[in-house]
Design a protein around this ligand. Structure first.
Ligand SMILES: NC(=O)c1ccc[n+]([C@@H]2O[C@H](COP(=O)([O-])OP(=O)(O)OC[C@H]3O[C@@H](n4cnc5c(N)ncnc54)[C@H](OP(=O)(O)O)[C@@H]3O)[C@@H](O)[C@H]2O)c1
Length: 271
């Protein structure tokens, strides 16, 4: 049984949503009903998230904010101060969730005992409500659990969409009570023209990208799509209302072609 650990299942990704265009898109997302923004120290969108939140007039506790600690800030003694700076940049006392962005960095391996105790300490100090990880493999999750104890990680955020189901890692997260947050849930717009997805989309009078989101949502996971276009921001939001049948789910699961889109040189191989 999948868990979301209190994280709103439909979030708005913020990669690329910089500057005034970014703020406009984020504000429109909040007006459309998204209540979860996914930023990172490396995206340059923390300021934009804070600005959109303030302009929306929504109470702070109605919008779930996630940020991610960049590689350099995982070095011993840096994490807590860097999260304070992120909170200041966003303009909040605390974020809801803080993730370690990658288990390794362009500069090489990051020893977990350098950053995980500091991540837990940041939560103890009230700088973040929840903690989690991103791009962690099963072995990384087990190493992290051995260090922190079970039940500490709210989520693992990694690439997952109909063309890359990453199912071994999904199952391992679910078995450990760690919520799955699917990044690139639209496979960056590559879900059109896939016959099984198109066929389910026609049956639901939906678009193929709405079906891509509905698949992970109906499986109990979290998705964080983004777009710079209002029509698509609304289209993606409406996907949360789609209920897929067991037959739809079975059909859609055959679209997996292990088509990984994000694979920087420092990225671990998926299980
Ligand atoms: N933890 C990590 O390492 C990591 C890595 C990558 C991403 N992320 C997070 O995941 C979020 C989502 O990833 P992503 O933005 O790279 O990929 P994505 O959400 O899968 O796809 C976004 C792309 O798809 C297009 N698009 C959006 N809605 C569409 C629709 N309804 N129909 C057709 N095309 C559509 C967008 O173009 P337009 O803007 O032109 O609409 C954009 O080019 C990021 O913003 C970020 O917050 C995390």
């Amino acid at each position: 049984m999948a868990v979301t650990n209190g994280i709103p299942p439909l979030g708005f990704g913020t990669f690329g949503r910089t500057g005034s265009d970014g703020i406009d898109a984020l504000l429109f997302a909040l007006e459309t009903g998204y209540r979860h923004l996914d930023t990172a120290q490396s995206y340059g969108t923390e300021r934009e998230c804070g600005e959109a939140l303030r302009r929306s007039g929504l109470p702070r506790d109605e919008v779930f904010l996630t940020t991610k600690i960049a590689g350099d800030n995982c070095r011993r003694g840096r994490l807590i101060e860097s999260l304070r700076r992120s909170n200041d940049t966003i303009g909040v006392d605390a974020v809801d969730l803080t993730l370690i962005h990658w288990p390794v960095s362009p500069a090489g391996k990051l020893p977990m005992d350098e950053y995980l105790p500091e991540l837990a300490e940041a939560r103890n100090q009230g700088l973040t409500r929840l903690i989690g990880v991103s791009n962690f493999t099963i072995a990384h999750l087990d190493e992290a659990t051995a260090l922190l104890g079970p039940g500490q990680l709210a989520t693992n955020q990694f690439e997952r969409h109909p063309l890359l189901r990453n199912q071994a890692l999904v199952d391992a997260c679910v078995a450990r009570g760690i919520a799955v947050t699917c990044y690139l849930p639209l496979a960056r717009g590559r879900c059109a023209g896939i016959p099984v997805i198109e066929s389910v989309a026609r049956a639901h009078e939906a678009t193929p990208h709405q079906i891509a989101l509905a698949l992970s949502l109906n499986e109990g996971h979290i998705v964080i799509p983004t777009s710079g276009h209002r029509a698509r921001i609304a289209e993606n939001h409406a996907a949360a209302a789609i209920t897929l049948t067991p037959a739809d789910l079975a059909q859609l699961r055959t679209a997996d072609r292990h088509a990984r889109q994000i694979d920087p040189s420092w990225s671990p191989a998926w299980d």
